[in-house]
Design a protein around this ligand. Structure first.
Ligand code: ADP
Ligand code: ADP
Length: 226
């Protein structure tokens, strides 16, 4: 079963920038996959299209077999997204940010409370549950985004530069958390600048440059080539 299947994906932004020039990529269920590439390569555009925040120009995207054109609701139900920018209310409380998210996905309230406690504890945020988000450190905010993305228990978690600007100790604990999540069966795709991060975590890798996928291989094979 493929967690993600992208074919012939193109994106031309208004103004004419060709951000994606025909990407073909698939990620197997259970994989831990890194999407690497320099700034401006098209990583965020790809993630934006998968999560239907950005309209594609052409091509197709399937999440666990559900086409985002014809079956968007089911595709979305399988997908958790951790975007790069903090997009929660800074004034809302940590606990409410995650339970509200569960509400959007129709998770019953009692179940939402159970999950909120589970993920906030695992991400070391439980003590902060009654604090407004603005009081959190950058690393805590990143972890809050991860907890929130898990509240509907997606089978595929996509993270855009999840550890950017996070200090090494927190980065390590986030890595451990993601590895454990992957062991429990969640397919993970992340974009990163840190080759070390991809090396630590990922089994397979895609490298995007100037809107094209220039490498798609196992981490092992890539390291053999370097
Ligand atoms: P990456 O995430 O790899 O840094 P992006 O997907 O953000 O790359 O960007 C790919 C290309 O598309 C870049 O040339 C960028 O300037 C351009 N781009 C990104 N977002 C927009 C937008 N909203 N409007 C116009 N061009 C954009
Ligand atoms: P409180 O217990 O202080 O109301 P909650 O975070 O439990 O705080 O809920 C905040 C708001 O979000 C409430 O209005 C609640 O009805 C709503 N809410 C929370 N979880 C869900 C959910 N799973 N489904 C629908 N609405 C929810």
């Amino acid at each position: 079963m493929k967690a993600l299947e992208i074919s012939g994906l193109k994106k031309v932004y208004a103004g004419g920038v060709e951000a994606l020039k025909g990407i073909d990529l698939s990620v197997e269920q259970g994989d831990f996959f890194a999407l690497l590439g320099p700034n401006g390569a098209g990583k965020s555009t790809t993630i934006g299209i998968i999560s239907s925040l950005v309209n594609k120009t052409s091509g197709s995207v399937k999440v666990f077999g559900h086409d985002i054109d014809s079956d968007l609701e089911r595709a979305k139900a399988q997908l958790g997204l951790v975007p790069q920018e903090f997009n929660f209310s800074q004034f809302e409380k940590v606990g409410q940010i995650v339970t509200h998210q569960a509400g959007f996905y129709g998770v019953p309230r009692a179940e939402a409370k159970v999950r909120a406690e589970k993920y906030l504890r695992q991400l070391d945020l439980w003590e902060k549950r009654d604090m407004p988000a603005r009081t959190l450190s950058g690393g805590m905010k990143r972890r809050l985004m991860i907890a929130r993305a898990l509240m509907h228990q997606p089978k595929l978690l996509i993270l855009d530069e999840p550890t950017a600007g996070v200090d090494i100790e927190i980065r390590r604990s986030m890595w451990q958390f993601l590895q454990e999540l992957n062991r429990e069966g969640v397919t993970i795709i992340l974009t990163t600048h840190y080759l070390e991060e991809a090396e630590m975590l990922c089994r397979n890798i895609g490298i995007i440059d100037k809107g094209r996928l220039i490498e798609n291989t196992s981490m092992k094979t890539l390291l053999g080539k370097l």
